[in-house]
Design a protein around this ligand. Structure first.
Ligand code: DLL
Length: 443
């Protein structure tokens, strides 16, 4: 292939909004907050009723700090008002719908006006810029295009950046690798779990990703750990960035790491973050871990006021070395609702991922299987191991198994069964990985 050298960026896409002085940013946030709360109150029955129940009117907001007096919005509010009950714009102004599938029943539906799409493209453009991309970059976008927000969200952001976007969607891994080589993609967007599959398939096809122009992975949509980042960066030579978002707020583009890879900047001129104690609902100071609550400051079609994300993180109380003034959150590797309670002990899947990936000889493909035996909860972790380990002496396998059991016991304080399985045993995912298989309610 003839190599086309990347030209110098045609314009500097880094938004001034990332660097506003603190007081200017807060004035902007407060100004936008007042308007959005007024809009929510005037145009959405649920918000009006909730605020009336609390005897609050939009004019009671006299500073950003007053936000804490407003009621929360939760996922069931979206389900209860399915499909269009939270819309604050008439259908004639709504130009796009997305939906998130959820695990059971009806999806949740989200809506955008043209202005909302412009804001979203801007926040995704700022995401890519924070990850060091600019015009001249070739972004292969393997997030699903469709009702899922990942594909189209990244698409418009990449175009706004002036980059070349390849809207390939997820799956068809061999073709992904062919395009990556032939087009000289410099960035790849997908879930981190799908990229681990790409790395594996590339090795099988004897494609060395390190030798390709690929330099950045823009990964999100599911929890992943620092150990997973290390694995990806070591195995592929790309810099693996963490990006965050959720459909209810906009999709991807709520927050992103920058080149420092030290926490995710929240585009807080659009999405105002608070951290609360999930039990009491009280706002916690920066530096304390709790549940992330987000308020959309600009969203017209479907404002979200104090939306409880269930994602657990903290606001990092220091400025980033990159110079951006917008605050950062810590990487999210757990949700308040993904906690497993096994024999009375609380376990998060991310603790298991960190523990197993820190042990030499394991692959980043694992599953946590829950079952019941004689009324007692059982947990087993199935981990793929390298072919070398698998074909080694039995002793080596046993040694690795006991090492893993020890590592898991160290982080969880209970004995967890480990089953080492051969390469390719665990089902690969093109989107969000399914790490926990719960068979406790099956006979
Ligand atoms: O996953 C939006 C997205 C697309 C984000 C592409 C990043 C990249 P939902 O399907 O609504 O939207 O799922 C949102 O996924 O509340 C988190 O629990 C989880 N999540 C998203 N990004 C991350 C991340 C998209 N970087 C839910 N780390 C959120 C951990 C994440 N969890």
């Amino acid at each position: 292939m003839k190599k086309i050298k990347n030209q110098k960026p045609a314009f500097n896409p880094v938004s001034a909004s990332d660097f506003l002085p603190e007081d200017e940013l807060q004035d902007l946030q407060f100004d936008r907050l007042k308007k959005i709360v007024r809009r929510a109150y005037d145009c959405t029955e649920l918000y009006r009723k909730r605020m009336k129940d609390e005897k609050i009117i939009p004019e009671d907001l006299t500073s950003l700090q007053d936000l804490k007096n407003l009621p929360f919005t939760v996922k069931t509010d979206l389900r209860d008002t399915y499909p269009f009950g939270l819309f604050a714009s008439p259908m004639s102004e709504i130009v796009r719908l997305h939906a998130s599938s959820g695990t059971t029943g009806k999806p949740i539906v989200v809506a955008y006006t043209q202005e909302d799409l412009d804001v979203w493209s801007d926040s995704m453009m700022r995401t890519f810029a924070a990850c060091g991309l600019h015009s001249g970059d070739i972004i292969q976008n393997a997030y699903g295009h469709g009702l899922f927000t990942g594909g189209l969200g990244a698409h418009y952001g990449a175009e706004k950046l002036g980059a070349t976007v390849i809207p390939v969607s997820g799956g068809n891994t061999d073709r992904q690798l062919m395009l990556m080589q032939d087009f000289g993609s410099t960035a790849f967007c997908s879930t981190p779990s799908y990229f681990t599959f790409m790395i594996e398939r590339a090795a099988e096809l004897e494609i060395d990703i390190r030798k390709l122009p690929l330099k950045a992975g823009i990964f999100g949509a599911e929890p992943w750990t620092e150990e997973m980042r290390k694995h990806i960066e070591k195995a592929s030579g790309v810099k693996a960035y963490d990006i965050y978002g959720l459909s209810e707020i906009t999709g991807p583009g709520v927050g992103s790491e920058c080149e420092e890879q030290d926490g995710l900047h929240i585009f807080e001129d659009y999405f105002y973050p608070e951290i609360i104690d999930p039990k009491t609902g009280k706002v916690l100071p920066d530096g304390k871990e709790g549940e992330l609550v987000l308020t959309t400051l600009c969203k017209k079609a479907m404002p979200m006021i104090r939306y409880r994300t269930r994602d657990i993180t903290m606001i990092i109380p220091r400025r980033c070395r990159c110079g951006r003034t917008i605050r950062r959150i810590k990487r999210i590797n757990r949700r308040s609702d993904d906690m497993l309670i096994i024999r009375g002990v609380n376990i998060f899947p991310s603790q298991i991922e960190s523990a197993i990936l820190a042990v030499e000889g394991t692959l980043p493909h694992y599953q946590i299987v829950l079952s019941k035996e004689k009324g007692l909860d059982q947990i087993e972790v199935q981990v793929e191991v390298t072919e070398k380990v698998f074909s080694d002496r039995i002793g080596a396998l046993e040694q690795l198994q006991s090492k893993l059991m020890q590592a898991l016991e160290n982080v969880t304080s209970i004995r967890i069964g480990v089953r080492l399985v051969a390469h390719q045993t665990i089902k690969r995912s093109e989107g969000k990985a399914k790490r926990v298989i719960d068979m406790r309610n099956q006979n």
